[in-house]
Design a protein around this ligand. Structure first.
Ligand SMILES: Nc1ncnc2c1ncn2[C@@H]1O[C@H](COP(=O)(O)OP(=O)(O)OP(=O)(O)O)[C@@H](O)[C@H]1O
Length: 213
């Protein structure tokens, strides 16, 4: 579950804080974060994901208020509870699929789990690519690896920032189906930031930042 109350965020060196409307998404449900360019979608995802800290208001994930956590506790919380999917995949291209995935539990302070890597790769049809370097994959395959990485630690929340904007219709359809299926499979709450009109029919729960106060 994600809950946002009275949230505003001000970047250093700017004169005005960005105000966000209150909303909550119950556990296991999916939400679409809409809004014109510059309305604050990425900022909001980064606050919810614990990457930006100096905000006012309350952001809670699974009933834990993020600003009640120390920096170190937040790092651990993020690694265990939150899966991020960025527009660019942020994978390490010189490493294999397997090694990229192994970094996820390592960074979250969790024990290595080879069986879990196999399980997630199989669920995304990537088991044959386990030993391939990211640089040897197609764009779509690399994107599936990024999705695999995001769900590896069984996060309760999946945050996706413009996951489809660079894709043609066929791949857009694939990625959104994959994201919603994977989230459903894992019982995770999914929040997708986008201005991709094509997603509007796929997720009915919408948070539109354009209409924020
Ligand atoms: N590091 C930063 N320092 C100062 N201002 C920033 C910074 N990052 C973003 N902003 C400003 O904050 C506002 C919100 O930006 P943000 O990237 O969250 O919007 P967005 O809705 O995700 O936009 P887009 O759809 O174009 O990606 C914008 O006015 C932007 O210029």
């Amino acid at each position: 579950m994600i809950s946002v109350r009275n949230l505003s965020y001000q970047y250093d060196g700017t004169s005005r804080a960005i105000q966000f409307q209150d909303f909550s998404i119950p556990q296991g449900e999916h939400g679409l974060l809409l809004g014109e360019s510059g309305s604050g979608k990425t900022t909001l995802l980064h606050v919810i994901g614990g990457l930006l800290r100096k905000y006012s208001g309350t952001v809670s994930i699974q009933d834990t208020a993020l600003n009640a956590l120390s920096e170190a506790a937040l790092d651990g919380f993020r690694g265990r509870h939150i899966g991020f999917i960025f527009q660019r995949n942020h994978l390490i291209s010189a490493l294999t699929v397997e090694k990229n995935l192994a970094l996820s539990p390592y960074l979250a302070g969790l024990p290595p789990d080879a069986a879990r890597i196999d399980q997630v790769l199989a669920s995304l049809g990537l088991q044959e690519k386990k030993k391939s370097r990211i640089s040897e994959l197609s764009h779509g395959q690399a994107q599936r690896v990024a999705i695999a990485r995001a769900v590896l630690n069984k996060p309760s929340i999946i945050l996706a920032d413009e996951p489809t904007s660079a894709l043609d219709d066929k791949n857009c359809e694939r990625v959104i189906t994959l994201l919603t299926d994977v989230a459903r499979q894992h019982g995770a709450t999914l929040l997708v930031a986008t201005h991709d009109q094509r997603l509007k029919d796929r997720i009915s729960n919408r948070i539109d930042l354009t209409t924020a106060p």
